[in-house]
Ligand binder design. Sequence first.
Ligand SMILES: Cc1cc2nc3c(=O)[nH]c(=O)nc-3n(C[C@H](O)[C@H](O)[C@H](O)COP(=O)(O)OP(=O)(O)OC[C@H]3O[C@@H](n4cnc5c(N)ncnc54)[C@H](O)[C@@H]3O)c2cc1C
Length: 391
Amino acid sequence: MAELLDVVVVGAGIMGSCAAYHSATRGLKPVVLEQFSEGHARGSSHGQSRIIRYAHGDTAYLPLMKESYSLWEALERSSDDKLIRKCGLLWVSTDEASVQRCSEILVEFGIEHRLLPGPQIQEVFPQFCYDEKWFGLVDPEAGVIYAERCLKAVRKEAEKKGAEFRFEEKVARIESLEDRVLLVTDKAKYEAKKVIVTVGAWLNEVLPGIRDVVDLQAEQIGVMYWKVARNQELYGPTGTCPTLVVEEGGKTMYMLPPVDYSNQIKFCLHAGEPIHPDEPLEEVPKYARDAPGEHISKHLPDIDGSHPSTVDKCLYTMTKDSQYAIGTYPSDPRIIVAGGFSGSGFKLSIAVGRILTDLVQGAEEKTVVPELFRLTRKRAEHRGMIGKSQS
Ligand SMILES: Cc1cc2nc3c(=O)[nH]c(=O)nc-3n(C[C@H](O)[C@H](O)[C@H](O)COP(=O)(O)OP(=O)(O)OC[C@H]3O[C@@H](n4cnc5c(N)ncnc54)[C@H](O)[C@@H]3O)c2cc1C
């Protein structure tokens, strides 16, 4: 009989790596199985940068964000690497009620912020130009989280504490046995007391029965970068350029200052095309290029919005209501699942890793998983990225 492992984590993206970090910190000996090589760019966690922010449209995010900031800061100290740049977030919307709602939530949780009417935005942030149809909110603790550095730091710390990462080993099957869970890979068999499944866009493939619990769709996202044509000094690390989230007429877009590529901002539409995760990624459709380009040309006078200077691709995994799906698998509670992290999960992955470890250690789902993110919750229809009850 094979050695009975404490916990096997399937998938070494940011969620699986954070789960391994917390499990190892608590003295478990996690084995992490990843189908691709270390640092691959075929899932959702690659690239240099993501937005981190307190500003959200639902209270469920705030406790997780408070916890995540403090866990990332602790990791920053132990890894001696800079993981977050607090350059702030400007959230602009043509829907005043949406901005007000976000402000009320931040007040409730004691988070410093301020409202900024559209015409005053340029006085504070000369990079943007909005008129009286726009309403702004500034979240000064927000900014850029350095994705690749976080992934490396969390993995290194997990390994120091006893986690073992095995790359290029694909899990083909997970089977529930009476007293253990069996995992069959393309190289070996493993037996474990508990299994954490954090496979991003591959959840329907790895756990086919998940379709009866939650409707998950992989989407291809075009990640577009645009050249800073003027006033470059405003966009560098010593400039004042914040991150940006835009809500306009049902569309959501977001922007980060130059991090991934020199002198190019990242500005993308928060929407993608359904795809099977094993299929090669396709050309980014015209609408996904046009919407950011049009917004840039109207509101970001220093940026060349005529065409993206660089285009990368990435995968989202969406649930119908765009909220996460975390919990124990109903047909076998020894299998713990976390997926559907859309375009907003990176910043709080370190708190999700803690939740997954709590579940491994027998915590009750309703005490550790916020209702909005529970795997088995009743689901509403998709409502965008940061709208009334969205991230
Ligand atoms: C373009 C883009 C912009 C984003 N912007 C932000 C942002 O600004 N802020 C933010 O907080 N979040 C953002 N996100 C979201 C965030 O990056 C994702 O939510 C997060 O990376 C999801 O991580 P994951 O571990 O669930 O998935 P993944 O990173 O995809 O990891 C899953 C892993 O499982 C592995 N796997 C799959 N099947 C198997 C198998 N059978 N056997 C072994 N391994 C397997 C995969 O190879 C993969 O490595 C963005 C995402 C994208 C794509």
